[in-house]
Design a binder for this molecule. Structure first.
Ligand SMILES: [Fe+2]
Length: 690
């Protein structure tokens, strides 16, 4: 197939074709390279290079065995955000190392990058990406994402100038730059280096379409792009499997149309998060960023997809696993260790009678995810509740210990019997499966509460009847693990612009306390009739230069008892408290203890180098995600450095340290006679008294 960016024509038997060119709107003529071939001299030509009037245009194809093979390995990378000045951007040499790491890890036959290759889209950034990609020993297919057009869109304003305008509050100037945009496409810099911003190619039995879907195109180009897409898919012969790569999460309408057109696989980035879900007969998969931690605190990595004929198996690969070894003699108190059938991310293990319930995320798709039940005596798995999508956070158990509830990332509420894992009832939150739900659910008396930043629902535990739904927004933007806490008849939760309390019975708002909070904060913590939470945040990428806020509120009224910028970090990733102290985990790997009355910093403890890169936009160094756990005058920290540390709560002095050898991103589960803890790679450890 050959296209001018709008119409598509097929070559005849002898390879010739005829295509009308309109230099006013056509910028490229490009071919869809068939499987088993490659276009070494390029798959596209610029229209400006063509002689005016009818002419001859040739594309040279040569045999290329890898793209003809029924079995091939595909690496989906995304959101590399290359910049030349560091900060939260990716230096080019780092991208090069990460691409080399992908080659080492999977030996892919091809790499597809689904947009936001650069931070700002300056020509030098784009060039740096192209140069870094030269390290790949297989073909790679870059696609335009919104960040790759910012420089053009903002009339040459650099990222640094924009940051300075924001810092100095030059909002008028920013408004002038960002409103009133001309009806133009902002993809020219990208096109200079990489050719057409949308294109397709065949690989064995698959047809891959790269289709940037952000509003960076003029109205004319947008229309042409749409026409090209449906024509491109429509040209595919029966039996050819089609995969479409976009940048931003696709809408349900778009997915419906793709599915009707027979598309099997949709890949995207943008959200800097991991999610794989079925949509009818299609699979829709969002990969985490390649070069730094995801906004959902996914470890940096990529998706490896193994194709066999028209079928495939997808796997989330973690690039930042460091120093993996499981120490089976992990301390004198180890009773047992159980390998869970998936990763354990932010979900703490939960005790339920003589069992431990662990929420697991299978990195493979198709693959079973859900809730695993492990016998606390033997350490063996007794049942696995398979759910329609991953369970991102811990389960909640009712007072009798007979029923539990799990919430899927996509928005299913699953109430199950804790004895067997059999499902009692399920419900779907509004906008399922487009939810991104990381907060843990709650059971309060006979009510189940589940949801996230777009809103929470409440159901009757027994029958699953919905009691109320409290809408907070249109979507769960951005990923957050902060969940609700119950205090008397109130449900207290964080939302976009502060904390609020809603009536447990009706879902109506009782109080609202505006605070400039971040979605990256942990859940509110109750201490008697007080609520402890993160306060106004500063630069989220800060590694402790400017203190961020902590607040203590009256639970009944939301009145501030104190609100001070004391936290020596950009924000708190985890939080807990007792009657004397607030314990905050920080993104740079510390636990800091503050006096709950005076707000004075009493002690701090630094964890070691992280074995995973899980902090948004960050990598390397130390980091901590799990809430500290306080029990009997001790604080337990489960660190990304793979160590569980028991500290004296009053002084912060170390009482015990257990090296597990693999990064831990979930809190410890304290038990009457010890504790259990799960490493990210899915090993559950049970310790007795230590
Ligand atoms: Fe991005």
């Amino acid at each position: 197939m050959v296209s001018n960016g709008e119409s598509i024509t097929s070559t005849s038997e002898d390879g010739s074709f005829s295509l009308e060119i309109n230099p006013e709107v056509d910028r490229h003529v490009f071919v869809t390279v068939p499987g088993g071939f490659r276009a070494d001299t390029g798959f596209s030509k610029e229209v400006v290079d063509l002689a005016s009037g009818p002419g001859l245009l040739e594309f040279e194809l040569e045999p290329f065995a890898p793209s003809g093979s029924r079995h091939f390995t595909f690496a989906h990378i995304t959101d590399t955000h290359v910049g030349l000045k560091g900060g939260t951007t990716t230096p080019p040499d780092r991208l090069q190392n990460d691409l080399a790491a992908v080659m080492d890890d999977s030996s892919p036959d091809l790499v597809v990058a689904s947009g936001d290759l650069t931070q700002w889209g300056n020509p030098d950034q784009l060039r740096a990406v192209a140069t870094a990609a030269e390290i790949l020993s297989c073909p790679w297919f870059p696609m335009f994402g919104g960040h790759d057009g910012n420089y053009e869109r903002l009339s040459g304003t650099t990222a640094e100038e924009m940051a300075e305008m924001k810092r100095t509050g030059a909002w008028e100037k920013i408004r002038a730059l960002t409103s009133d945009l001309p009806d133009e496409s902002f993809t020219h810099n990208f096109e200079q280096l990489f050719g057409p911003p949308y294109y397709s190619f065949d690989w064995s039995e698959w047809h891959f379409v790269l289709f940037p879907n952000e509003a960076f195109f003029s109205s004319t180009d947008e229309k042409r792009k749409g026409q090209w897409l449906w024509s491109d898919i429509g040209h595919q012969p029966d039996g050819r499997a089609v995969a479409v790569v976009v940048h931003i999460p696709p809408s349900s309408e778009f997915l419906d149309r793709l599915e009707q057109a027979g598309v099997k696989l949709v890949l995207h980035g943008h959200w800097h998060s991991s999610k794989v879900m079925p949509w009818g007969a299609m699979t829709v998969a969002a990969a985490p960023p390649l070069c730094f931690g995801g906004l959902d605190t996914s470890p940096r990595g990529y998706h490896r997809i193994d194709f066999e004929g028209s079928t495939f198996q997808l796997e989330r690969r973690v690039l930042s696993f460091r120093g993996i070894h499981i120490n089976r003699d992990a301390g004198p108190g180890l009773r047992w260790e159980c390998k869970l059938p998936g990763h354990t991310h932010r979900a703490a293990p939960v005790r339920c009678g003589k069992s431990i319930l662990a929420s697991i995320q299978n990195p493979r798709f198709p693959g079973a995810s859900g809730v695993a039940c492990v016998d606390d005596v033997t350490g063996s798995m007794t049942w696995l509740l398979e759910t329609e999508n991953v369970i991102s956070n811990r389960v909640a158990i009712d007072q009798t210990g007979t029923r539990g509830v799990a919430v899927s990332l996509t928005g299913s509420v699953i109430v199950f019997k804790t004895a067997s894992g059999s499902v009692i009832w399920t419900a779907k939150l509004p906008n399922h499966p487009f939810r991104w739900l990381h907060p843990p659910p709650l059971i309060v008396g006979d009510q189940v509460i589940a949801g996230g930043r777009a809103g929470y629902g409440c159901w009757d535990l027994q029958g699953g009847t919905e009691i109320w739904y409290h809408k907070l927004g249109e979507e769960d933007k951005w990923p957050s693990f902060s969940g609700p806490v119950a205090w008397e008849e109130l449900l207290i939760l964080a939302m976009g612009d502060g904390l609020e309390a809603i009536d447990l019975r009706t879902g109506e708002r009782i109080w609202h306390r505006p605070i400039n909070i971040s979605q990256r904060f942990s859940s509110p913590v109750l201490v008697g009739d007080r609520v402890v939470h993160g306060g106004d945040w500063n630069k989220l990428s800060s590694r402790s230069e400017e203190p961020a806020g902590l607040v203590v509120l009256d639970a009944a009224t939301g009145e501030e008892i104190w609100n001070r910028n004391i936290l020596e970090a950009g924000y708190a990733t985890g939080l807990t408290a007792n009657k004397e102290l607030i314990f905050a985990s920080t993104p740079h790997g510390e636990v800091q203890a503050y006096d709950i009355e005076s707000s004075e910093l009493c002690w701090r403890y630094a964890t070691g180098d992280s074995r995973l890169d899980v902090i948004p936009y960050m990598r390397d160094g130390s980091c901590l995600l799990a809430d500290p756990v306080v029990k009997n005058g001790e604080v337990m920290i489960s660190g990304c450095d793979g160590v569980v540390v028991v500290l004296d709560a009053k002084t912060g002095s170390v009482r015990q340290s257990i090296e597990l050898g693999s990064g831990i991103t979930s809190p410890v589960c304290p038990l009457d006679d010890g504790f259990c803890v799960a490493t990210f790679d899915g090993h559950l450890f049970r310790f007795g008294q230590i």
